[in-house]
Design a protein around this ligand. Structure first.
Ligand code: HEC
Length: 190
């Protein structure tokens, strides 16, 4: 009896947690994705990034890194370019860092990866203005700017590696972006 009660309570809690999670993550991140995509296509000048940052929040901007089913950009014009479990910028970067792009995939991946690089650069132009307003322990404005710059440089290196067909440099550029994610998260993500 006691067991039953505990279980029912646990189940109710789990359902509540799942419910909130769903509401919070909502699939619809359209406004943010459109704003970021417009920046990416415009070549995201720093000024435009600052303006966009005023209308967006960090959580929805970061969600752009997820698979499209979870409010992210995904990778490529439509799902299916990469395996479903890779269909997000966040998921695809570690793989790129480790394996680069196979010779046989270069033609097919050039455009989607350039798009990915421009989108990450656009994200960086926006998140540059979303750091802490003042230093709080290890969470300093300087650290935020440093990690953000690393993300931006990684994205720019990826775009130029592809443009110049220096495919061997793709791994390094992806590695730089990856480090920016994990280093910034380890300091700033609660
Ligand atoms: C300059 C700092 C910084 C960098 C660089 C950064 N992030 Fe984040 N990220 C954050 C912060 C802060 C949060 C927590 C946002 C929140 O929920 O309030 C976050 C949250 C996230 C989330 C969760 C979003 C959600 O739905 O709650 C994802 C996914 C994510 N980041 C992916 C990435 C990836 C991938 C990269 C690298 C390509 C990256 N981030 C680079 C600061 C950063």
């Amino acid at each position: 009896m006691k067991f039953m009660r505990v279980t029912a309570f646990g189940l109710a809690l789990a359902m509540l947690a799942a419910g909130t999670g769903l509401a919070f993550q909502g699939k619809d991140n359209k406004k943010t994705l459109e704003a970021l995509d417009a920046l990416a296509k415009a070549g995201n000048t720093a000024e435009a990034g600052k303006k966009a940052a005023g209308d967006l929040d960090i959580e929805s901007v970061m969600r752009a890194f997820k698979p499209r089913a979870k409010g992210g950009f995904g990778v490529g014009a439509k799902a299916g370019l990469v395996p479903a479990n890779q269909d997000g910028i966040e998921a695809v970067l570690p793989n790129l860092q480790k394996k680069g792009v196979a010779k046989s995939d270069e033609a097919k991946m050039a455009e989607p990866l350039t798009e990915l690089a421009h989108r990450v650069a656009a994200i960086a132009a926006v998140t540059a203005h979303m750091g802490p307003e003042k230093d709080q322990g290890v969470k300093t404005k300087k650290k935020w700017a440093e990690f953000n710059e690393m993300m931006k440089e990684g994205a720019e290196s990826l775009a130029s590696a592809i443009k110049e067909k220096k495919w061997a440099d793709v791994k390094k550029a992806a590695g730089k972006m990856n480090s920016s994610c994990s280093e910034c998260h380890s300091v700033f993500r609660d």
